[in-house]
Design a binder for this molecule. Structure first.
Ligand SMILES: CC(C)(COP(=O)(O)OP(=O)(O)OC[C@H]1O[C@@H](n2cnc3c(N)ncnc32)[C@H](O)[C@@H]1OP(=O)(O)O)[C@@H](O)C(=O)NCCC(=O)NCCS
Length: 349
């Protein structure tokens, strides 16, 4: 049976957490889990801009065999729902995954959305015979686009970072490159929010269009407060255009408490400031700071569409190497007209 999980229920939440950890530990050689406490903070305080609904598949004895998390944007991209489905390794091939996807399709229709997204992550290069890819096709998904996950072993030799910084120096003279830890000063929040809202618009995504995301200074403040509570370290490198104060480029690294790697989040250069090596400049600044503050971090993980030539070329110059391919899958959802009355929604409750 599938049921909506009350995120305040400690017993159910622990079971769902354990299914996710078991699935990812089984499938991803490098995977290092965050703590239950950190995950609970994240799940119990979602941004009001994105609703979340969590479902569990339970056997008659009340054991959770699989989970499904839906992200439902409320202020932008309101035609879409994003999903993550995990089935415990020992309960695969019994229809749990299919049942969860069918429920997600139904729910997306009830919400009046026209596209359901899901991701598969497979080692090495794209593999049409990988079980997760077969599962996605068998449950009705079509491939949207591929992203490549790369890892960078640390430390990067300091002379290599010096060399790359020197190569950017002639181009970045009009900018101050600064790194902020665990929150960006108030005067830069509006500029940073503007850049982050456009990231999904400008990043390659096959034929699928994304609207600008509703990122605001207030949302950034809330995210920073939540990350501090989770014990997550967040390095934000910004390029500030000296004469106008415009935030011209940004790059973010996060490190969860108790894990050995950093996640590279977005890197974005303002449309009016491209072609000046600012992407490399902010990445090098962040890596130098990471080496200084967190010599315990062993690698950085990043993910980009392989068609994103500029970003991929920066990553290859830094020494990132391919580890996995992530495919974004979509299902077109039929209009909700034939689906009967909408089920009660967790949104806003
Ligand atoms: C992918 C995943 C969710 C599948 O869960 P599952 O409960 O084993 O899937 P199901 O038993 O419902 O399989 C449904 C269909 O998918 C295909 N499939 C699933 N696993 C497969 C495998 N190992 N080999 C070949 N086909 C497979 C089959 O067509 C299957 O139907 P069938 O059993 O009638 O032949 C699970 O392996 C998992 O948690 N993977 C990690 C996370 C992930 O990749 N999620 C998928 C997002 S799209």
């Amino acid at each position: 049976m599938i049921r909506l999980i009350d995120v305040a229920d400690d017993h159910d939440m622990r079971q769902i957490f354990e299914v996710g950890i078991a699935a990812k530990s089984h499938d991803q050689q490098w995977f290092a889990p965050i703590s239950l406490d950190s995950w609970l903070i994240h799940m119990r305080r979602p941004d009001p801009e994105d609703a979340q609904e969590l479902y569990g598949f339970f056997d008659p004895a009340g054991r959770c065999l699989g989970s499904s998390l839906l992200f439902i944007p409320l202020q932008d991209n309101t035609d879409k729902v994003y999903s993550v489905v995990d089935v415990a390794p020992e309960h695969r091939r019994h229809g749990v995954g299919r049942a969860l996807v069918e429920r997600n399709v139904q729910r997306a229709g009830e919400l009046g959305r026209s596209m359901l997204f899901a991701e598969t992550l497979v080692p090495g290069v794209a593999d049409p015979d990988h079980p997760f890819v077969k599962f996605a096709r068998a449950t009705g998904f079509s491939a949207g686009w591929d992203e490549v996950a790369r890892h960078l072993s640390l430390p990067v030799p300091p002379e290599r970072l010096d060399e790359l910084a020197t190569a950017t120096a002639a181009h970045v003279g009009d900018y101050d490159i600064e790194v902020f830890v665990d929150g960006v000063p108030e005067q830069h929040l509006a500029g940073l929010a503007e850049l982050l809202s456009l990231l999904a618009v400008d990043a390659p995504s096959g034929d699928i269009e994304f609207e600008a995301e509703a990122v605001t200074p207030d949302r950034l403040r809330r995210m920073a407060a939540r990350e501090r509570e989770q014990g997550r370290t967040h390095l934000s490198a910004l390029a500030i255009h000296r004469s106008t104060g415009v935030v011209a480029a940004q790059s973010d690294l996060t490190i969860d408490a108790g894990v050995e790697h950093a996640n590279q989040l977005g890197t974005f250069v303002h449309r009016a400031h491209r072609g000046k090596r600012l992407g490399m400049a902010v990445k090098v600044a962040n890596l130098r700071r990471l080496h200084r503050d967190r010599p315990d971090v062993r690698f950085v993980r990043t993910m980009n569409a392989e068609t994103n030539d500029h970003m991929v070329s920066i990553n290859v110059q830094l020494g990132f190497e391919v580890v996995e391919v992530l495919t974004e899958w979509t299902i077109d959802i039929a209009p909700a007209g034939d689906r009967g009355a909408p089920a009660p929604s967790a949104i806003g409750s």
